[in-house]
Design a protein around this ligand. Structure first.
Ligand code: GAP
Length: 517
């Protein structure tokens, strides 16, 4: 029996991630550092596979070769920009002035929480009333404990957002506080990390670690147009680390202070922007499904009109039902119609001309050509998080089936699985290791670009299967007695644990077919 994701235990998933080398706490031997995570050998390969899948399907062969809403193939190019940019980039983008979250501090515990994340339990009968109420940060594990405590006092309770309660909150008990009334009024907190490049430690030289990869694209827009053959409509993709000084990093890697994004800025004519927005929104949803997040755990949530920025004609989020958000969903990717906001801002602040001369538009000339049209393109931005993507794939893949000898396994899409196949000699004698080594070398030569082919001869065959199941290896190939007599191997399939015989000389072809390469 497999499980619904909402019933999947997050602690077991985190334990598996540690045990099998997917994700470690950063600086663990020093006690860790809040909001930072390292990827172990399996996690690094899984995340690389995800990043590669994004790059292949967005840059190298955009949208699997299908046409855009203009009836022509989609054209995108790649870019790699610096983490530290000129500080004016973040003034122009609005991050210096506006990348703020309203926060409340707890005077007792010294905890700091996002104002809009603090939920408060109040008696079903009335708002805060004259009885104490309990607060918690929405998706913290301590929530269940707090809720029980509140239920004991009030019986029926409901939760409301802190922001809906009138000030002062003298009856609100802060998350993890003992006494009521210790939360401050909300104050703005800028999420950008700053640093001072160069030898002179002067505030005037302050720069920032990028909070998103997107702005690197906007500030290089002109260079890309001038140095390549791109023509509107086209996109520029940028992947890499971003940094946000999240006040309450939590839920494993979901909200980290250092994380990786894969963003595409797709530039188009204003008249076509709504069509492109819908196109990208739908494609991105399809893409996440294609790499393994199918089913009711994935939704596309269109923002309400009153949630949109003034320049935006639409924003949607691809959301996944993580075990810690269930029955709710958490954002994996945002697809935003950004209008011409960013290029206009950078044009204004830098003084550089960031418009585009489109030779395929404007009046038709007597010679049949076009007069051309100059405009600042609109931008559609599918902005994905690779850490959240990796976490969603691990949560979706995590399966427990107690009827199996190895009850925990990861159902990863073969494209994402860090190891594609493993070769085992059943026993380390009778010539089996030699045959296994030869097959391992043959398969490695053929498939190394896709990720690992492993060979393992230690421990019992059951333990070796269990290890491969837990890292999500789709196929295990065992060299056994029949390999020596009948030239066949036993191939075991991860999800069903079923076994079949395949001719030794057909294993590579079998894997090619199964892995879809
Ligand atoms: N350029 C637009 C932009 O950055 P965003 O919604 O703030 O939009 C895009 O970020 C994606 O980056 C999110 O959907 C999420 O997957 C990821 N992301 C954002 N903040 C994150 C954090 N603190 N930890 C992990 N991933 C994060």
């Amino acid at each position: 029996m497999t499980q619904e994701v909402s019933k999947k235990p997050m602690d077991a998933i985190m334990a598996l991630c540690k045990r099998r080398g997917f994700i470690y706490q950063a600086s663990e031997i020093y006690g860790g550092i809040n909001g930072f995570w390292d990827y172990g050998p399996m996690g690094a390969q899984l995340k690389k596979n995800l990043r590669d899948a994004w790059w292949q399907d967005m840059i190298l062969r955009p949208c699997w070769g299908r046409n855009g809403p203009n009836g022509k193939p989609v054209r995108n190019v790649g870019l790699e920009t610096c983490i530290i940019q000129h500080p004016k980039v973040w003034e122009a983008s609005g991050h210096v002035g506006g990348f703020n979250d309203p926060m409340v501090d707890d005077k007792e515990t010294k905890g700091r929480y996002r104002y809009d994340h603090v939920m408060v339990y109040v008696p079903e009968s009335g708002e805060a009333g004259d009885k104490p109420v309990f607060a918690y940060v929405g998706d913290q594990p301590s929530e269940a404990k707090q809720k029980k405590k509140a239920e004991k006092t009030f019986g029926a309770i409901k939760s409301v957002a802190l922001s809906t309660l009138p000030q002062p909150w003298t009856r609100v008990i802060g998350p993890d506080a003992e006494k009521p009334g210790t939360l401050t009024e909300p104050r703005m907190f800028n999420l950008m990390f700053d640093t001072i490049p160069g030898a002179i430690r002067d505030e005037a030289n302050k720069a920032y670690l990028r909070p998103e990869t997107a702005q690197g694209v906007f500030v290089q827009f002109k260079n890309v147009v001038d140095t390549t053959r791109v023509k509107i409509p086209f996109g520029i993709g940028n992947t890499g680390r971003s940094f946000r000084n999240e006040v309450t990093p939590r839920n494993f890697t979901f909200r980290s202070r250092e994380f990786e994004q894969a963003e595409l800025e797709f530039f188009c004519h204003p008249d076509e922007s709504l069509d492109w927005y819908k196109f990208w929104r739908d494609f991105r949803m399809e893409w996440w499904k294609q790499i393994g997040l199918a089913g009711e755990n994935l939704i596309l949530r269109e923002h309400e009109k009153d949630e949109l920025s003034h320049y935006s004609q639409g924003t949607s989020d691809v959301e996944y039902r993580f075990p810690f958000t269930a029955p709710g969903f958490g954002e994996l990717e945002g697809i935003a119609h950004r209008g011409n906001y960013d290029l206009t801002q950078h044009q204004k602040v830098s003084g550089a001309k960031l418009d585009f001369f489109d030779t395929e538009r404007g009046e038709t000339l007597p010679n049949g050509g076009k007069k051309g049209e100059r405009y600042i393109p609109h931008c559609i931005e599918p902005a994905a998080g690779l850490d959240r993507g990796a976490l969603a794939l691990i949560c979706e893949g995590y399966t427990r089936d107690d009827s199996r000898a190895s009850p925990e396994f990861l159902k990863l899409h073969p494209r994402i699985a860090p190891v594609k196949a493993a070769v085992f000699p059943l026993v380390a004698k009778d010539g089996m290791p030699e045959v296994a080594e030869k097959l391992h070398a043959e398969l490695s030569d053929k498939f190394w670009k896709l990720g690992g082919i492993e060979m393992d001869e230690k421990q019992s065959i059951g333990k070796r299967y269990a290890r491969m199941d837990e890292i999500g290896t789709p196929y295990c190939i065992t060299i056994d007695g029949e390999t020596l007599t009948a030239q066949t191997v036993t191939v075991r399939e991860r999800d069903t644990a079923t076994q079949q015989k395949v001719s030794l000389d057909k294993v590579a072809a079998f894997l090619s077919e199964k892995l879809g390469v």
